[in-house]
Design a protein around this ligand. Structure first.
Ligand SMILES: [Zn+2]
Length: 324
């Protein structure tokens, strides 16, 4: 019952614009595989400050350029048995994983609530940026400005071009589709909610955990995460930014607990074999890792959920507010 508002909104979307039919889905998956392949290049080269266009990809082991027929998403990995054709060095499973993940997310972006073409294009762009950010943060513990700032800046422009993107977001005003001014305002407000909200959490966190953070020589949450959530908010509005933050934090906390639990088991197993030196127990290890858990992948997962399910969640919000 609670999804009534969201479903009414999605029905309005599909009645206004011709949704892309199921015949379009294989093309979307193929496109996702190719974009995923490109994102692998972005994740590898962007943090190193290298061009993402040239030169051609080469094997990191033997430096041989990779011909196109060995660079087909997933297929080449399977045909080559996960090894370089020339030097037989192993190819990371990460590459086909990113390709499959991107294809899956593209398919979800094209099917959830049958978006019109403009909304779909926006979803694909944001999903791609979020996949790239996640894996860069996993590898380097940074959220590059060259991804989060364009997200923030292009969000309001996209809202102007495709106002449906911000339908139902705070400050859009009544009416469907929302008028362009309202959509731009909602996008800017979403960025503000994401940026200011997370910055408050960050300040609160550093005040509470300052001594622990100083001991580890780091902080619980970087300013890069703040800019990323502002970027997500610019495409999903105020409710979207909150949803991304809540889901991202919940996922991060679950992962953190699981990780600490695993470390504790490992430490106990080691202790049973030989006495461990003080300060090298599970808690110390967990604390060490705790300062270095990348937050962007969790925020990005929340962001994808906000991007695709925002319409429904806005419906729940409205239903809840009307019925309390
Ligand atoms: Zn090689």
């Amino acid at each position: 019952m609670t999804g009534r508002g969201g479903r009414a909104e999605s029905r309005a979307v599909s009645e206004r614009d011709l949704p892309l039919g199921p015949a379009f889905h294989p093309a979307l998956v193929l496109f996702g595989l190719c974009v995923g392949s490109f994102l692998n290049v972005v994740v590898h080269r962007l943090p190193l400050g290298r061009s993402i266009v040239t030169p051609r990809s080469a094997c990191p082991s033997c430096r041989a350029p990779i011909p196109w027929y060995d660079n087909l998403p997933i297929l080449s990995y399977l045909l080559l048995g996960g090894r370089c054709r020339r030097c037989r060095a192993g190819i990371s499973l990460r590459y086909p994983f990113v390709e499959a993940l991107t294809a899956l997310l593209f398919l979800a972006a094209g099917t959830v609530d049958s978006p019109p073409a403009g909304v779909l294009a926006a979803r694909l762009a944001v999903v791609s940026a979020l996949v790239a950010v996640s894996f860069i943060d996993l590898d380097h513990l940074i959220v590059p400005d060259s991804i989060s700032i364009p997200l923030m800046v292009v969000g309001p422009v996209a809202a102007f071009a495709v106002p449906e993107l911000l339908a139902g977001a705070w400050l859009t005003g009544p009416g469907f589709p929302p008028d362009r001014g309202g959509a731009v305002l909602a996008s800017a407000f979403g960025a503000l909610v994401g940026g200011v909200g997370l910055n408050l959490v960050r300040w609160g966190g550093s005040a509470l955990f300052r001594r622990a953070a100083e001991r580890q020589g780091g902080e619980a949450m970087g300013f890069g995460d703040v800019k990323l959530l502002a970027g997500i908010g610019a495409w999903t509005g105020g409710q979207g930014a909150l949803l991304a933050f809540v889901l991202g934090s919940a996922l991060g906390a679950l992962f953190g607990l699981a990780h600490i639990g695993r470390l504790a088991c490992v430490a106990r197993a080691r202790r049973s074999r030989r006495a461990s030196a003080p300060g090298h127990g599970a808690l110390a290890a967990a604390r060490r890792f705790g300062s270095a858990i990348p937050f962007a992948p969790f925020l990005a997962a929340g962001g994808v959920a906000a991007l695709l399910l925002r319409g429904r969640v806005v419906g729940w919000f409205d239903f809840w507010i009307r019925n309390v």
